[in-house]
Design a protein around this ligand. Structure first.
Ligand code: SF4
Ligand code: SF4
Length: 270
């Protein structure tokens, strides 16, 4: 194990190879591979808003408890937007807090980034076709023994096998917000905008209180059906939050403003 552990540090050079959904690659990962669990330490592991809800529920914690115990804030370098990432343990290997003897202790709700590995992914705007295009990368790290052995499959088949499409679909608009901010370049982000983005991205309980216990509903028109849905359903609340962020940050008119309000004006669009 120690020899393999050393491998973890020998080759951290990533060799990104650009792929499409139809591209094929060869990979296997199971408890029998000699490097089993080596990829679960010393990670930059970003959490999507949907990851946070699913892991929090699995652990039976409130969002505040989960964020405090397991995460730390991180500013995405290109967009300047803050997200939560998983805090690694304070042991020598900096292992993931969910790594157990038999593998991942939260396997069924493991984060999107873990499901993708050894693929990376991104979105970019195709200017000619005015739509977002998904791109994928094969991340080759020297310690991973599963690459180039096992089954050949397409990227789309691998994504399906990991349950990725159903976890990505509810957060498409969140990814679009980050991408849109990235495309605006290195402009400074108003502190208020940072706080709103972070609240919606990480903490549905706080965002729900913000909607129902502040002057939010005096400022924005929200129909009764939506209000009923977002009272109880965290995923619906998230999706409402993404539309609201697009409204206040980019001036997209997705949530109707009830009236001009000084409080709304304080949030400067990017
Ligand atoms: S969440 Fe699970 S799969 Fe992801 S790094 Fe941690 S132990 Fe590994
Ligand atoms: S094969 Fe790669 S992904 Fe699987 S356990 Fe080994 S290092 Fe991790």
């Amino acid at each position: 194990m120690e020899a393999l552990q050393n491998l973890r540090g020998l080759d951290k050079i990533l060799v990104p190879v650009r792929l499409t959904g139809k591209s094929k690659f060869v990979f296997q990962c199971n408890p029998g591979v000699p490097c089993f669990k080596l990829c679960c330490s010393d990670l930059f592991l970003p959490l999507t808003p949907y990851d946070i809800i699913r892991i929090r529920d699995k652990l039976g914690l409130t969002t505040d408890e989960f964020l405090l115990q397991y995460t730390e804030p991180f500013i995405l370098p290109k967009s300047g937007l803050p997200i939560a990432r998983l805090k690694m343990s304070e042991n020598e290997e900096k292992t993931c807090p969910f790594l157990g003897d038999g593998g991942c202790n939260i396997y069924e709700v493991r984060p999107l980034a873990c499901r993708y590995y050894p693929l990376g992914f991104g979105l970019f705007r195709n200017k000619d076709e005015r739509r977002n295009e998904e791109i994928y990368y094969l991340v080759k790290e020297g310690f991973c023994q599963g690459l180039d052995s096992g089954e050949e499959m397409t990227v789309d088949e691998y994504r399906e096998s990991q349950g990725i499409p159903e976890l990505e679909k509810p957060i498409v608009e969140w990814a679009e917000i980050i991408m849109k901010k990235e495309s605006l370049g290195p402009i400074s982000v108003p502190e208020k905008s940072i706080q709103l983005f972070f609240m919606v991205s990480t903490n549905p309980e706080r965002f729900r209180s913000f909607v129902f216990e502040s002057k939010f509903l005096d400022m924005f028109e929200v129909d009764e059906k939506t209000l009923e849905e977002i009272k109880e359903d965290d995923l619906k609340l998230l999706q409402f939050g993404f539309k609201w962020l697009k409204t206040v940050l980019f001036g997209e008119n997705l949530i109707k403003r009830r009236k001009e309000s000084p409080a709304v004006k304080k949030v400067k669009p990017f």
